[in-house]
Design a binder for this molecule. Sequence first.
Ligand code: PAF
Length: 282
Amino acid sequence: MQIVRSKEELRDILAQWRDQDEHVALVPTMGNLHQGHVSLVELAREHAERVVVSVYVNPTQFGPGEDFADYPRTLERDTRRLKQVGADLLFVPTDDTVYPFGHDCATVVSVPGLTENFCGAVRPGHFDGVTTVVARLFALVQPEVAVFGQKDFQQQLVIRYMTEDLSLPIRIITASTVREPDGLAMSSRNAYLSEDERAVAPRLSEVLTSIGQALQDGKQDFAALEADGRDALESSGFRLDYLEIRRAENLAPPDRDCDELVVLAAVHLGKARLIDNVVVTV
Ligand code: PAF
């Protein structure tokens, strides 16, 4: 596996691959890789001859008081893991490579509408940071395919929208959430949970799954299902940012005729902010 930090080194390698008619799949990450990321790399491998994984803790998607400084940076371990899983290239760009004019003078890519609610409402500016860095990574790597996890459900929808709206020739693939045996969605932020909090954390996926089951069983009183779910989470000790049932295609409020719904939630447990979702066909 090759490891590169600069645009020039990256471009040289990409040019060699293109000469050989090889396609590129990109898996953008912020590092601290776990089995969920491994599954993204494996899925990427199914769609292109070459897999590039980027590791960059993007400052512009963290708000003031969020965990940018504490975000786990584990490049040595990540490198070993990526070698094992067979990534072709690890791209670890410097700040200057991603933001040549600095963060404050950076061109911002902003997706309206879809980013107004849920994580966008409780983390103002977060999605502008995400779309801005993903657009930059797309421009640097120029992949044919890019893979994102379903756990960040709103993020993958926002990136799909951006890609289509800017006519970027990149196919966005969403990989299923990888879970611990007790159902907790894998996340770098699970490391912030104490032992007691870790024991409570799977309750999040249990509550979402039971709402998903109720929807599949034909229940359509969305407000009551949401209210019961919020009560169940709060009485388990979570502080809620949101729990909502929405249309999976665009996060609009559901009506009785739509066929794909997503139950999505963000909660706080101790120092950790956890997000999860369940998609159901009804
Ligand atoms: O999901 C993430 O890890 C990040 O938001 C991403 C897509 C790598 C952009 O920094």
